[in-house]
Design a protein. Structure first.
Length: 117
């Protein structure tokens, strides 16, 4: 994952552009990519800040809101497979995504879908 440029470097790059240098020339001078310099200058013009944008963050689970249904389906048929769960959700008009999505949702909810032997 990329690491944001330091605040000091950001300020120096923006100062160079404000003093008449182009963003590309400033990028070469400070050994950063041209794209990073152009985006930084655009960001400063739009927001007035040299602070980096947020990297990453929380993503709402894909099957959020369907936990009760998943619990009901796995309780009704203890040996249900992920493919069967996907088909059941599809019958009810719920876009389940991939089997991995269903598996990770069950894991997050601590629901076992494996047959007991």
């Amino acid at each position: 994952m990329a690491v944001p440029l330091s605040q000091d470097l950001r300020r120096r790059l923006v100062r160079a552009v404000e003093q008449g240098s182009s963003a590309r020339a400033a990028a070469r001078r400070f050994a950063v990519s041209e794209a990073a310099a152009i985006k930084l200058v655009r960001r400063v013009r739009e927001t007035g800040s040299t602070a980096p944008a947020k990297i990453g963050g929380y993503r709402k689970p894909f099957l959020d809101g369907h936990e009760v249904l998943l619990r009901e389906l796995t309780a009704a048929k203890p040996g249900i497979t992920l493919a069967e769960l996907q088909a059941e959700l599809g019958k009810r008009g719920i876009e389940a995504g991939s089997l991995t999505t269903i598996w990770s949702t069950l894991r997050r909810l601590r629901i076992s879908h494996k047959k007991r032997r």
